[in-house]
Design a protein around this ligand. Sequence first.
Ligand SMILES: [Fe+2]
Length: 223
Amino acid sequence: MTYYIQQFRSPRGCLSYIVSDTERKEALIIDPSVEVNTEEYINYLKDNELILRFIIETHTHADHISSAQKVKAETEAKILQHKNSASSLKDRALNEETLMLGDTEVQFLYTPGHTDDCICIRIGNAVFTGDTLLIGGTGRTDFQNGSSQDLYNSIWKKLMVLSDSTKVYPAHNYKNQINSTIGYERAHNPRLALSHDEFVTTMDAHHPQKPDLFDTAVAENSK
Ligand SMILES: [Fe+2]
C-alpha cells in the first residue's frame, strides 16, 4: 500500500486534501472548498493521472462553502458524508465503516462533538481529523448539535487510541502549520490536558464569534 497526501490551503486557512493510491492511481478528496479554485484540484488529478473515486466531507462546514458538487461535475466521484448530515446530495451515507481506495484501506471513525455529523478518516499512518482535533486545539461545540461531552469521548476513545506517530491532518489551521501527530497533540494540546469535567465546562463556556459565512455556508452545505 503506497499512498500520497497533497494538502490544499485556502487563503483563510481551510485545508483540503487529495489522497491517492499511487500504484492504482485512484484518489479521494477531503473537504473541497470553493475557496480553492476547482481547477487546482482537477489539474492535480490530471497531472498525476489519478481517477477521483470519493469526495468526502468531514462534517457540514459552517465557515466555508463546499465545492463537492463542482468537483463531482468534473469527475466520476461519489459524495460521501456521515448519515447525520442534512445534505440530500450525498451519494453514500457513512457510518463507522471501511472502504478501499485501490489497495489502500480508508477507515471512517464517527467522532461527534463539534457537530453531530463529524467523521475522522484514517488512512495508513495518517488521520484526517476535520474540526474534531485541530493542531493545538479542538473544534467548538456550541452549534450544529455540538456536544462537549461527545467531543471529549470522540477525541479520547477514537483518536487518542491511535499510535503516537499517527500524523494528524486537520480541516483548519490559521498558523501555516501543515500537520501534527497524535503523540505531539497528547503532549502539547492544552485542551487535552483537561480532565473530562474541565473539558466539558471549558467547551460549554466557549462561544467565539460565529464564522463570517455561517448562515450562507450551513444553508448551502446542507442542500
Ligand atoms: Fe467545522
